[in-house]
Design a protein around this ligand. Structure first.
Ligand code: CMP
Length: 433
C-alpha cells in the first residue's frame, strides 16, 4: 500500500528536480574550471587555445544566473528552505556570480584575468551547504568529501601558482613539471618540507611562507571538522552506552547472574539495532499538529504499510493512527499477555514473531508475524483476553489503546467492519478450543 504523502510528486517537484540536476552540472563545470584555469595560466596558454572555453563559460554562467533568479521569483513552486537560502545567497554573492560570468580575459586581453572565473566557487560552497542540509542523514560523509574536495583544489591551485612563479623547466615535459609542483606543494602544505626542491628567490620564499600558512589553517580546519563529526551526538548510541554502563554497575553491585546479564545485554543490543528508543515522542511533541501527523506517519510508515487491515485506508485515518501508536519491545519467550488478562490495547507487529495459545496453553493456535495484529477481540467484545500471546523472537510491537481504538474506529466504519469480521472469526476459533 502506498501512502498519499509519498505519492505526492507534482510539477513543483519536477521543477525542483530539474533545477537540482542543473546545479549538479554547474558544480561539475566549476570543478573543471578550477582545475583547468590555474593550469592554463601557469603554462601560459595562448588566447586562441582557450577562446572556446571562455565563450562556453560565459554562456553557462550567465544562464545559471538567469535560471537561479527565475527560480527565486517562482517562490510558490520552491521548497521554502531552499528559496530563503538561495535568496540570501544572491543578496550577498550576485556580484561574484556576475564577475565569474564575464569574459574579462578576452575583453581586456589579459589571460591572467581568467582567474576571476574562479569566483563561481562561492556557489559551489553554497550548494554543498544546501545539499548537506537536504541530505541531513549523510551530512558527515558529505562534509568529509567536501573537505577532501577543497584540499585537492587548494593543492592544485598552489601547485599551479608555484609553476607560474618558478617558470616551466623546458628540459622536461609539462606532466613532470606539474607532478614536481604538486609534490612541492604537498610537502610544504603538510609542513613536511623534504628540502629537495627549495625556494631560492625572495618571491619564492614569500610564496612558500604563504603556502605553509595555508597549510596550518587547512590542518586546523580539518582537525576541527573531524573532531566536530566525532563529537556529534547520536541519541540512540548514547542511550545504548549509558544502558551498558548501568548494566555493568548493576552486575557488580547486585551480583547479577551471568545468564541474566546476557539477556539484558541482548535486549539492549536489539533495542539499538532496531533503533527503538530514539525519543520519537519528544521530537514529535515539538512540532505543530499538521507536521506532527505527517512526521509520525513517516516514522511508522513501514509498519502501517504492512498491516493488511489498513489496506486502502483513508489518509486521515492513517494520520490519526500513526500519531496514537506507542512502541514496545518484547524479548523472546516473554508473555505479551495471558488469557484472562484485562484487554486494554490492540497490537500491531512491526517486527518479530509471536505465538497464540489457547487458555491453558495446551494448544498452539497460530503464529503471527510482521504486519499481523492481535488483541482486538477483547476490545470489541469488552471481555478479558481470549488467548495467550507469547513472543517467539524479539518483537517490536505497536500498541493502540482502547479509547483511541474505539474513538478512531467509530469515525471509520469500513475499517471497523473489517477488523470486526476478523475478530469474530478469531473469537469463534478461540471459544471452540
Ligand atoms: P484478544 O482476545 O484480545 O487477546 C488474544 C488475542 O489472540 C485475540 O484477541 C486475537 O487477536 C488473537 N487470537 C485468538 N485466537 C486466534 C486465532 N485462532 N488466530 C489468530 N489469532 C487469534
Amino acid at each position: 500500500m502506498k501512502l498519499f504523502v509519498f505519492r505526492h510528486f507534482d510539477k513543483a517537484h519536477i521543477g525542483t528536480f530539474i533545477f537540482g540536476l542543473w546545479n549538479v552540472f554547474i558544480v561539475g563545470i566549476v570543478t573543471y574550471t578550477t582545475f583547468v584555469i590555474p593550469f592554463s595560466i601557469a603554462i601560459g596558454e595562448p588566447f586562441y587555445a582557450f577562446a572556446k572555453r571562455e565563450l562556453f563559460l560565459t554562456v553557462i554562467y550567465t544562464a545559471d544566473i538567469v535560471i537561479s533568479l527565475i527560480r527565486i521569483r517562482r517562490k510558490a513552486s520552491f521548497m521554502h528552505i531552499e528559496y530563503n537560502a538561495m535568496k540570501s545567497f544572491y543578496r550577498r554573492w550576485i556580484i561574484t556570480d556576475i564577475i565569474a560570468a564575464l569574459p574579462l580575459a578576452q575583453l581586456l586581453g589579459m589571460p591572467l584575468l581568467q582567474v576571476f572565473r574562479l569566483a563561481k566557487s562561492a556557489k559551489v560552497i553554497f550548494l554543498t551547504q544546501v545539499f548537506r542540509r537536504v541530505m541531513a542523514n549523510y551530512s558527515n560523509p558529505i562534509l568529509l568529501m567536501q573537505i577532501l574536495y577543497w584540499v585537492m583544489i587548494a593543492t592544485h591551485c598552489l601547485a599551479c601558482g608555484w609553476l607560474l612563479m618558478r617558470g616551466m623547466d623546458h628540459d622536461t615535459d609539462i606532466r613532470t613539471n606539474y607532478i614536481e609542483a604538486v609534490y612541492w606543494t604537498t610537502a610544504t602544505l603538510t609542513t613536511v618540507g623534504y628540502g629537495d626542491i627549495t625556494p631560492n628567490a625572495p618571491n619564492e620564499r614569500i610564496y612558500a611562507i604563504f603556502t605553509m600558512l595555508i597549510g596550518y589553517s587547512l590542518f586546523g580546519y580539518l582537525i576541527g571538522s573531524v573532531a566536530g563529526i566525532l563529537a556529534k551526538r547520536d541519541p540512540v548510541r548514547e542511550m545504548y552506552n549509558e544502558n551498558l554502563e548501568k548494566l555493568t554497575s548493576a552486575a557488580r553491585y547486585a551480583n547479577l547472574p551471568l545468564e541474566l546479564q546476557r539477556r539484558i545485554y541482548e535486549y539492549f543490543r536489539y533495542q539499538m539495532s532496531r533503533r527503538v528508543g530514539y525519543d520519537e515522542e519528544g521530537f514529535l511533541k515539538n512540532l505543530p499538529p499538521s507536521l506532527r501527523g505527517e512526521v509520525s506517519l513517516y516514522f511508522r510508515k513501514e509498519v502501517l504499510e504492512n498491516v493488511a487491515l489498513f489496506e486502502d485506508a483513508p489518509q486521515a485515518f492513517m494520520f490519526e493512527i500513526a500519531q496514537q501508536l506507542r512502541e514496545q519491545i518484547i524479548a523472546p519467550d516473554e508473555y505479551v499477555f495471558k488469557a484472562g488478562d484485562p484487554g486494554r490495547q490492540m497490537f500491531l507487529i512491526a517486527h518479530g514473531i509471536v505465538d497464540v495459545y489457547n487458555t491453558d496453553e495446551t494448544k498452539h493456535l497460530r503464529t503471527l508475524s510482521e504486519g499481523d495484529h492481535f488483541g482486538e477481540v477483547a476490545l470489541f467484545h469488552d471481555i478479558p483476553r481470549t488467548a495467550t500471546v507469547k513472543a517467539n523472537t524479539y518483537c517490536d510491537l505497536y500498541l493502540l489503546n482502547k479509547q483511541t481504538f474505539e474513538r478512531t474506529l467509530s469515525a471509520y466504519p469500513t475499517i471497523a467492519e473489517r477488523i470486526k469480521e476478523k475478530a469474530e472469526l478469531r473469537f469463534k476459533d478461540a471459544s471452540t478450543e
